[in-house]
Design a protein around this ligand. Structure first.
Ligand code: NAD
Length: 263
């Protein structure tokens, strides 16, 4: 039986070809949404759209989209608007990892991290709000990180970008509320999930490999719930924030950290 918590919703999802993005795509469609799937990797996002449409014919459109490009955002949003007949939900999920303390992070790496993880969210919300305003009630779901709430010693740029995203979400939510728009904005803050991004953390610039049991054990021991987060955990939270079930929630956040940040 198809569930229907997102019936009639039209969602724009960035970084959709990755681990979390593809889980959100499948979950949204299984709840009745139609989706525009976008990613820098056009081949991978096309393949994902094919798999989603195998399960739910016609539910997914796709386009290649670099979230750091303002003109790219304008084109992708217009493509989505035409394909879906409007946009009710924006999911800013695309992101990259960046390692290094403030001294170790060179200016080009700093700017790359800010461009993909923070400037993109500013551009996306700024350009998507006029579409969302046409489709109220609407929802913006920003995939930040527990790193946006708690600092680590060697992730200066990533910490800063994800914390900026957290505050930008609140600022945007208040802007919309003050205007009287029913456009909510909230962020999700997961801890470690074994996706390509986490594999990049351990690859340290080399090729991505599945995490070893030892690497997983070191991460798991930091989590009070004694397991890593999963892409499904994030998808469940995204469904809630995208749906009208969370209609009184804005300028807020969902922590998915197994208790980590409470210690
Ligand atoms: P992932 O590497 O599997 O997916 C990221 C996706 O973003 C990829 O498909 C990639 O092609 C895309 N992307 C990268 N740069 C882009 C650009 N310039 N324009 C458009 N797309 C681009 O990683 P993931 O774990 O699925 O990450 C998704 C989000 O979740 C990220 O924002 C990440 O910071 C956040 N997050 C991940 C974890 C984790 O442990 N995996 C934890 C907390 C938060």
């Amino acid at each position: 039986m198809t569930a229907s918590r997102l019936k009639g919703k039209r969602a724009f999802i960035t970084g959709a070809a990755g681990g979390i993005g593809s889980a959100i795509a499948h979950a949204f469609v299984s709840e009745g949404a139609r989706v525009m799937l976008t990613d820098l990797d056009g081949t991978a996002v096309q393949a994902l759209a094919g798999r989603v449409n195998d399960d739910a014919p016609g539910a997914a459109a796709f386009c290649a989209h670099d979230v750091t490009s303002e003109s790219g955002w304008a084109e992708a949003l217009e493509t989505a608007n035409a394909a879906l007949g409007g946009i009710d939900v924006l999911v800013n999920n695309a992101g990259i990892w960046a390692v290094g303390s403030v001294e170790e992070t060179d200016p080009s790496e700093w700017r790359r991290c800010m461009g993909v993880n923070l400037d993109s969210v500013y551009l996306g919300m700024r350009l998507a709000i006029p579409y969302l305003r046409e489709s109220q009630p609407a929802s913006i779901v920003n995939v930040s990180s527990v790193s946006g709430l708690v600092a680590g010693h060697n992730v200066a740029a990533y910490n800063t970008a994800k914390a900026g995203m957290w505050m930008l979400t609140k600022s945007t939510a208040l802007h919309c509320a003050h205007r009287g728009d029913d456009i909510r904005a909230n962020s999700i803050h997961p801890t470690f999930i074994e996706t390509g991004l986490l594999q990049d953390v351990f690859a340290r610039g080399g090729e991505r490999q599945p995490l070893t049991d030892d690497q997983k054990g070191k991460l798991t021991r930091q989590i009070p719930l004694k397991r890593l987060c999963t892409v499904e955990d994030v998808a469940y939270a995204a469904i809630y924030l995208a749906s009208d079930e969370s209609r009184y929630m804005t300028a807020s956040e969902i922590k998915l950290d197994g208790g980590l940040s409470a210690m």
